[in-house]
Design a binder for this molecule. Structure first.
Ligand SMILES: [Zn+2]
Length: 136
């Protein structure tokens, strides 16, 4: 399967990740699930190098043409990394997704990167993750 999903390892979003992959016609996509998803790729140094090595391995072996880069709100890895709540999570996630998209497209010129955020929704029905929404 020549697609790769990069997302957070948080099990609470797994159904939304599956739904997204079905929707885009890539249910058997390769998956790289790590805390924060794109987060390690935003950090210079060893973390980013290891993450890029893993991605390069998958891209080369499976001839990956599309990477689905998915972040989510209420992400514990992001909260830890940033020392707690109190930041504009959506804005920050989208900023990181744009930066990482550029990084990936620079490192893997033949690959198309598509970014998404899985929103956390609270309403009269309760609180839950909503469907993944594309980020430009
Ligand atoms: Zn997370």
């Amino acid at each position: 399967m020549n697609a790769l999903l990069i997302g957070c390892s948080d099990g609470r979003i797994s159904a939304r990740l599956d739904a997204l992959l079905r929707e885009v016609g890539a249910p058997d996509a390769n998956r790289l699930l790590v805390p924060g998803g794109a987060l390690p790729l935003t950090r210079p140094g060893a973390e980013r190098r290891v993450a890029l090595d893993c991605i390069r391995e998958i891209v080369d072996v499976h001839d990956v043409r599309v990477i689905y880069l998915v972040s989510h709100q209420e992400c514990a890895a992001y909260e830890r990394a940033l020392g707690g709540l109190g930041f504009d999570q959506k804005e920050l996630l989208e900023r990181d997704l744009r930066r990482v998209k550029t990084l990936l497209e620079t490192n893997f010129p033949g690959v198309d990167v598509r970014s998404y955020v899985i929103p956390w929704r609270e309403d009269g029905e309760g609180a839950a993750y909503g469907p993944a929404a594309p980020v430009d």
